[in-house]
Design a protein around this ligand. Structure first.
Ligand SMILES: NC(=O)c1ccc[n+]([C@@H]2O[C@H](COP(=O)([O-])OP(=O)(O)OC[C@H]3O[C@@H](n4cnc5c(N)ncnc54)[C@H](OP(=O)(O)O)[C@@H]3O)[C@@H](O)[C@H]2O)c1
Length: 255
């Protein structure tokens, strides 16, 4: 059985990836993972293939164990894995609660790594692996410190994983978009200091980001920046000392 697995499929980028992988790969099933079951059921009904709903909270270690057991039972070919489940919180490190801080690290870092780990044995030559990081991971971002740090982690993890998987024929890409029009902003502003980041201009549509990054992944590129602004940020982070983009960002976020 050929399947695709998409985490964060109930909304935004994950939902867009699920629909596009359905058309692109014609898998037998797409396993849809997020907490909101009714959203996943509705998406499953829109797919051409069978959508298998796995409603689970990926912050909990037991959820990944359920996925691991299901994979061991079905032994599918995982033709695509997209780890899109994630969230951010606006605010300085001192503005965030222990729960917000811990949950962000648990979901954005640990769950992505754990879901990937249990899927690795089922990836075959030509399989696609996309880890949804962010251009926030290119440099430290005061006012969005924790989120940027989690995405820097995921970016580095993905780059080294790509190297480790060389020879297996798996296409591994870290997706690093700029702002995307999803439910991300509403979640990020639900914090003690929502004005730490006042505006999110030039946001892209999730469908465009998913399509662009799948094309970049098809070309086996390591990083998909999905637009001129994140591309400039990627280049800037390589040639400038970190204090330069940090100072620039610190002005922009208050405007
Ligand atoms: N939007 C942006 O500006 C932007 C830019 C760069 C990168 N990104 C990254 O893109 C990814 C997708 O975000 P998005 O923009 O599509 O935001 P979104 O619309 O809020 O989607 C986030 C997804 O993550 C799922 N999720 C959240 N907590 C979860 C948990 N504990 N367990 C399982 N699933 C969980 C949500 O589903 P449930 O709530 O149903 O669980 C939802 O499906 C994230 O990793 C984000 O960091 C976003």
């Amino acid at each position: 059985m050929k399947i695709a697995i998409v985490t964060g499929a109930s909304s935004g980028l994950g939902r867009a990836y699920a629909k596009q992988l359905d058309r692109l790969l014609h898998p037998d099933e797409i396993w849809l993972i997020a907490r909101r079951e009714e959203r996943l059921q509705a998406l499953a009904g829109e797919l051409g293939c069978r959508g298998r709903v796995l409603a689970m909270d990926l912050k909990r270690r037991e959820s990944v164990e359920v996925l691991e057991a299901l994979l061991a039972e079905e032994r599918p070919e995982v033709a695509a894995l997209v780890c899109a489940a994630g969230f951010g919180k606006f605010g300085r490190a001192q503005d965030l609660t222990a729960e917000e801080t811990g949950d962000m690290i648990a979901l954005n870092c640990r769950s992505a790594v754990e879901v990937t780990r249990v899927c690795l044995p089922y990836l075959e030559r030509g399989s696609r692996l996309l880890e949804v990081a962010s251009c926030a991971g290119f440099q430290p971002l005061p006012g969005m410190n924790l989120y940027a740090a989690t995405k820097a982690f995921l970016l580095r993890y993905t780059q080294a994983l790509r190297w480790e998987l060389r020879g297996r024929g798996v296409k591994v890409t870290a997706v690093c978009p700029y702002w995307v029009k999803t439910e991300f902003m509403a979640v990020a502003r639900d914090t003690a200091n929502p004005d730490a980041v006042r505006h999110t201009p030039f946001a892209m549509r999730p469908e465009a980001v998913a399509a662009w990054s799948l094309t970049m992944n098809g070309l086996d590129l390591a990083v998909a920046t999905c637009g001129p602004i994140p591309f400039a940020m990627e280049v800037g982070s390589k040639v400038l000392p970190a204090c330069v983009p940090m100072a620039l960002w610190d002005k922009l976020r208050r405007m």
